[in-house]
Design a protein around this ligand. Structure first.
Ligand code: OAD
Length: 238
């Protein structure tokens, strides 16, 4: 089976009702990154940061995967699909995708301020993190999110996955945030790279096949285009 790697961003979940960051009305128009998404913000105003992510988590619990998430999960019938997502929601998993790597953390998990690599599941029935909530060692819990200025531990495994891909599909990301945006550079020269987005996105790479559409419609079109590719042996440039 050919290895099809998907790099998804906030636009992937827009049709599920989750705001993107940089579109008009996006989250970073309403909040300042430095007030809610940095370790310094958490040191300064932990209640504000916890409240921001508690709201995001409550919103996620109201949302469902859209046809784009579901379409990608269905591609597993014909392809070895690996999803690398910048999204902290769990909509790819809920749609049935079996290999999902989260670059920027996971909203439904917490970690402690002293150990950001050990994650704990947050029960949907009790979705908020409060000041005073502790890990088993007595350390304050925080959202399991990679904040600006923090290392991105999953970037190395993500690079390996992209390097081994036969087909790369980029969906719903403005490619503004590194190191995630740099992953495109690890796809082999000449391999098919598709980009699904309703707006123009500069991927800084030649030979991209643009599908100018939202995630649901775009994944449907992609599935059509891929039909003729699934029979081609792996690692043969198309
Ligand atoms: P952005 O908000 O920067 O970009 C969203 C992209 O989705 C844009 O290119 C939109 O045109 C596109 N889009 C909008 N509606 C869409 C739809 N229905 N279908 C498909 N695409 C659509 O979000 P990201 O690139 O994901 O990081 O942002 C990257 C990171 O910046 C996020 O992971 C987050 C943020 O700050 C952290 O919080 C660490």
């Amino acid at each position: 089976m050919k290895k099809l790697v998907v790099l998804s961003g906030a636009g992937m979940s827009a049709e599920s009702g989750i705001s993107t960051f940089r579109d008009s009305n996006g989250l970073w128009e309403k909040y300042k990154v430095e007030d809610v998404a940095t370790p310094e913000a958490f040191d300064r105003m932990p209640e504000v940061v916890l409240d921001f992510y508690n709201q995001r988590r409550r919103q996620l619990l109201e949302c469902k995967p859209n046809a784009g998430h579901i379409g990608l999960a269905k591609l597993e019938k014909d392809f070895d699909v690996h999803v690398i997502t910048q999204n902290v929601d769990n909509l790819h998993e809920r749609a049935g995708s079996s290999k999902v790597l989260h670059l920027h953390g996971e909203l439904m998990k917490s970690c402690s301020v002293n150990d950001i690599n050990t994650a704990y599941d947050i029960p949907p029935a009790n979705p908020d993190i409060h000041i005073g909530d502790k890990d088993p060692y007595g350390n304050q819990l925080r959202p399991f999110i990679v904040w600006f200025g923090e290392a991105v531990p999953m970037i190395e495994p993500a690079i390996k996955i992209v390097e081994q891909s036969d087909i790369l599909v980029v969906i719903g990301t403005s490619l503004n945030v590194y190191p995630a945006a740099g992953l495109l550079n690890y796809a082999r020269r000449g391999q098919p790279v598709f980009l699904i987005d309703p707006k123009e996105v500069n991927a800084h790479r030649s030979g991209i096949r643009y599908i100018k559409a939202g995630a649901s419609e775009g994944v449907e079109k992609l599935a059509e285009l891929l039909k003729e590719m699934k029979e081609v042996p792996a690692n043969v440039p198309l």
